[in-house]
Design a protein around this ligand. Structure first.
Ligand code: ADP
Length: 443
């Protein structure tokens, strides 16, 4: 359930509880008022008023509550009923003025519903009763038993009215404040619950993250050692194939040996990709001074894929400008360049007069900008972002695992750098890499 819904449910449950409790309270008060009326009838012989008015009031209240249980109209009725009981008692006691206090008792009882508007019917009936009966008595009508006080002037009426208004206002204000206070309490409880739940979720997430990291590390170690171990038999196989090539073979055998050799090389390339991938995620970023000239010479001598045997040799041109020392992770930069140069060799354009790849490096105090440009087959616009995806190959004829550029991108990101590709089919590709100079150890 979304939090807002949960909050609303909590709020509704709370309102239902208040309503239920207050309704029960009203039963007790209304029955007590009715019994009080009956007891007063014993002394003042006002049975008709006690039973008649009392039971009509109860009937009005309970029938509304019964027929309209969903609405709160019956709460407004009970408010008016309290005022009527007050008038009834005043009348029954032949104008005992102090019976006005019953209205104030009713006003206080109504606070329990936490709705200030419930004060309105009570106040209205009291005012109308007070004004009408007071006036009637004032003009000399003596059958109404309004008050035993022997004075009732406009000034007295205004004072009574003002005092009653203050009481109704205070009770209304309390009802309102109680409601606000409780709503704030629900909100706080809700926030607290949500906070606790969030903390719990964070803890669970942290735990499962740690477990995931642990099992990822184990998996990585396993992949690394398996890949590593697989390369040894491949090297022996390549050795045996080499020996076979030295002997005299019939053309079919020669073809098979060549095929076997290229398959072994392909498999070796896959394994190297997996090893690079595993190394990149497993090892922390190292920091040493990079001499690009030496590094590129190393890479050129150790390229991952040397290309198919029927491919032409690619001219590797380098241009390095580094006036300042550049620090970064040497083996990771090796992985990046090895993959990019190998691709330029493999995806050479048969149409081009002479295939070449140009590696240029410009080092500044803050960064190294590396460009690997070739005149190969190029990559169309649609595939230019996809080639960085894991296992993505532009066509089924692509010679590789589809992991190379993914590893390049991951490695560049690990070194906090950025990579960009520009390419035109039939003309060539250019990979631009921006790597920060880690001259100062990263904090
Ligand atoms: P693969 O191991 O298949 O070469 P990569 O991730 O290195 O995988 O490259 C993904 C795809 O991008 C390749 O299949 C190839 O089609 C294309 N590609 C990569 N480098 C070049 C390039 N220099 N020139 C043309 N196409 C390239």
């Amino acid at each position: 359930m979304v939090p807002q819904q949960t909050y609303l449910v909590m709020h509704d449950v709370y309102l239902a509880q208040i309503k239920h409790k207050s309704d029960r309270l009203m039963n007790y008060f209304l029955i007590s008022f009715f019994i009080t009326g009956v007891l007063l009838a014993l002394f003042y012989d006002t049975w008709l008023v006690a039973i008649g008015v009392g039971s009509l009031s109860l009937l009005a209240y309970y029938s509304t509550r019964f027929f309209l249980p969903g609405s709160n109209v019956y709460q407004y009725i009970v408010s008016a009923v309290f005022a009527i009981f007050m008038a009834q008692f005043i009348y029954q006691m032949h104008g005992l003025f102090e019976m006005h206090f019953i209205a104030f008792v009713g006003s206080a009882i109504l606070i329990t519903y936490q709705n200030w508007k419930l004060q309105i019917p009570l106040a209205a009936v009291v005012m109308v009763h007070h004004a009408t009966f007071g006036y009637l008595q004032y003009i000399g009508y003596d059958k109404i038993y309004f008050t035993q006080l022997d004075y009732m002037t406009l000034q007295t009426f205004i004072i009574h009215g003002a005092l009653a208004t203050v009481i109704f206002f205070i009770c209304g204000l309390w009802a309102f404040q109680l409601k606000k206070l409780n709503e704030r309490q629900i909100e706080q409880n809700f926030e607290m619950g949500r906070f606790q739940e969030e903390q719990l979720q964070k803890k669970v997430l942290l735990q499962s993250n740690q477990e995931l990291k642990k099992s990822n590390k184990e998996l990585d170690r396993f992949v690394y050692s398996v890949s590593h171990d697989l390369r040894a038999p491949l090297s022996s196989m390549l050795g045996v194939v080499g020996l076979c090539e030295m002997g005299t073979l019939d053309p079919l055998m020669q073809k098979n040996v060549t095929l076997l050799k290229s398959s072994i090389k392909k498999l070796d390339g896959f394994i190297m990709d997996i090893l690079d991938y595993s190394r990149n995620s497993r090892l922390d970023v190292d920091r040493q001074e990079i001499h690009f000239t030496d590094l590129l010479a190393d890479i050129a001598g150790n390229l991952k894929f040397m290309g198919a045997d029927d491919q032409r040799k690619v001219d590797i041109r380098t241009s390095i400008r580094n006036g300042v020392a550049f620090y970064s992770d040497k083996s990771r930069i090796g992985i990046i360049l090895n993959n990019l140069i190998s691709n330029s060799i493999r995806y050479q354009n048969p149409q081009a007069a002479e295939p070449w790849v140009e590696v240029s490096v410009e080092v500044s105090e803050s960064a190294a900008n590396i460009r690997v440009r070739d005149n190969g087959i190029g990559i169309d616009r649609e595939n230019q972002t996809k080639v960085f995806n894991m296992f993505y190959r532009v066509s089924s004829q692509s010679i590789g695992s589809g992991l190379g550029l993914y590893i390049v991108k991951e490695t560049v990101e690990k070194l906090h750098g950025a990579i960009e590709l520009q390419s035109e089919p039939g003309k060539g590709s250019e990979f631009k890499i921006h790597l920060p100079n880690l001259a100062q150890p990263a904090n």
